[in-house]
Design a protein around this ligand. Sequence first.
Ligand SMILES: Cc1cc2nc3c(=O)[nH]c(=O)nc-3n(C[C@H](O)[C@H](O)[C@H](O)COP(=O)(O)O)c2cc1C
Length: 405
Amino acid sequence: MTTNLLFEPLELPNGTVLKNRFVKPAMSELLGDAQFRPTAAISHLYQRWAAGGTGLLITGNVMVDPTALGEKGNIVIEGYRDLPQLKRWAAAGSRNGAQTWVQLNHPGRQSPKHLSSHPVAPSAVPLTGDNAFAFNPPRALTVREIHDIVHRFATAALVVQAAGFGGVEIHAAHGYLLSQFLSPSANVRTDQYGGSLTNRMRIIEEIYHAIRAKVGPKFPIGLKINSSDFRDGGFSEADSLQVIHRMADLGVDLIEVSGGNYENTMVQGSNRGGALFIDYAAKAKQGLTAPILLTGGFRSLDGMTQAVANGKTDLVGLARAIALMPDLPHRAATGQFDAIDITRLSTGIRALDRRVGSYVGVSYYEMQMARLAQGKPVRRTKNAWVPLGYALRTQGPSFLTPRRA
Ligand SMILES: Cc1cc2nc3c(=O)[nH]c(=O)nc-3n(C[C@H](O)[C@H](O)[C@H](O)COP(=O)(O)O)c2cc1C
């Protein structure tokens, strides 16, 4: 078996070359300061990841509106105020032939209570499920507000380009605002932004066109999208396939396939050892003009290699694996990596594990990113009290808010 394909460059349709097939997908670092600026720590983190051999680093979600935050510690780009910090971050993430793209996001109704008393969404439809308690019911956006959000994405992308980043990724997955627009259960609008799939995806098309008009044809624009909502009446796989084909035809340079949201956190809990959305990715690739990045569940070099070699994906996204092993691609290239165990942590009390499992899952990786940013080694443990203590220290009582799908 050869692993060579993973180490081969990939040329995007617009001529941008990624040096290999390893991608560190977005993981919210929570390394913004109180004014939502990137800190020096985040530059250190990206320098470290770039040194580890990953070809493409996609930043954790960066928000486009300071009044619509997903988490404490988010970075926001609204204009050129923080260009010097952004430039340092971009430079750190461009070392060693790596590229860093900034993921742009608006949380919509997934902005927790302690950050948003009145979140906005396509429609006034509250979240359901076990995590709903943490979010205030949203109100529906006006058309004027939708246009403002489109404009905010485009402005942020222009600043990202000016700072020297390699590209942007529009976050339309995991139940955040754009994913809410796509979902018929969250979006019950009766105007041009709701109803048919054409209408539900209109805001994403408008954001794409607005960004493209600002950044020009050569600047990569990616799109992260769920393969489906995995619920009746939600965004279906057939819808998802139509959206990605349409967006690729419009000129999106990379499609990232993922899944899950706060109502159905299927991604976070998994350690099944296989790529979660591989069958969907393989279907999506047929006739698609843009390359596919498949994220979720990759653990073994063999699994990654087969996925690319068998034409199921062009790029492999490794979030938790690269948080735990920042030089995974380098190790793989030098024969020092076979597989990684993404351990489930435990408090030692089964009933408690059920309650705090999702907080622990996220906090553990946030803790590792903070450690890497400080030049420290990753701290592997199976003891859930370690990340729980870290989360309490850094987030305060709000750490018990479910923060991520
Ligand atoms: C701590 C943490 C933060 C995350 N933040 C984001 C984010 O900001 N944007 C996003 O699209 N996905 C985010 N994700 C999801 C990952 O990009 C990825 O889709 C998911 O972890 C599954 O991939 P994996 O099995 O390789 O970890 C996050 C995941 C973790 C663990």
